[in-house]
Design a protein around this ligand. Structure first.
Ligand SMILES: N[C@@H](CCC(=O)N[C@@H](CS)C(=O)NCC(=O)O)C(=O)O
Length: 216
């Protein structure tokens, strides 16, 4: 299987992280958003939605959208529990990640730390900040509630694809100019994910570069 990604994408990081946690080897084609690779016909033929990550199966089929890719890769593992109630809980938190969490955090990171084309005081950035804070407060509340019932993870009593999906943009929140100090349960959870066997940082073998801005 081949993953089409970019080095800095949090959505692609989810897929590389899960693959490493599962011990699955993915070939990689790493593109550059800055160089316009995602607007080229060759890429748009692979994903008409024009976004990475894309997973290419050995038989030529392609999957896009990180949630769908995580679900596919996790089949048969604890990261996609077999119990239907647990599956529904995982879907709840995957949906939260896509609808409320990823967009404000990713947009703030993109403009304030990668493109440097906005100030935090600009109207669009200022509007995103409360959305991002609200999402982190929701995650903190969920993890605190889970701890009360003796569970360390977002959706189940084992790590699932919901934890994997929520990890990258939470970890990179400081690049969105949001500090994580006021979210103790979130910080403990991040450390727990980083202690899982197979944990993959954003840049291979370089956990010190999780906030790096270079495309290489
Ligand atoms: N909902 C999608 C979002 C994917 C996404 O936003 N990808 C970004 C990189 S992190 C991208 O391809 N951006 C380029 C663009 O939208 O032009 C997913 O979860 O996979």
């Amino acid at each position: 299987m081949r993953l089409i990604d970019t080095q800095r994408s949090g959505n692609a990081w989810k897929v590389r992280l899960l693959a490493r946690l599962l011990g699955v080897t993915l070939e990689r084609t790493t593109l550059s958003i800055d160089a316009g690779d995602l607007r080229k016909t060759e890429f748009l033929e692979r994903n008409p939605l024009g976004q990475i990550p894309v997973l290419e199966l050995d038989d030529g089929r392609r999957l896009y959208e990180s949630m769908a890719i995580l679900r596919y890769l996790a089949e048969g593992s604890e990261f996609w529990p077999s119990d239907s109630w647990c599956q529904a809980e995982v879907l709840t938190w995957l949906s939260f990640e896509q609808a409320q969490h990823m967009r404000p955090l990713a947009q703030l990171r993109l403009h304030l730390s990668l493109k440097h084309d906005r100030q935090s005081s600009d109207a669009d950035m200022a509007a995103l900040r409360p959305e991002a804070l609200h999402a982190l407060q929701q995650l903190e509340a969920r993890l605190t509630a889970q701890e009360r019932v003796g569970t360390s993870w977002v959706a189940a009593d084992v790590p699932t694809i919901a934890d994997v999906a929520l990890y990258p943009y939470t970890r990179m929140a400081p690049m969105a100019q949001i500090e994580l100090d006021v979210y103790p349960a979130v910080q403990t959870w991040l450390a727990r994910i980083e202690a899982l066997p197979g944990y993959a940082p954003l840049y291979p073998g370089r956990p010190d570069m999780n906030y790096a801005t270079t495309e290489i």
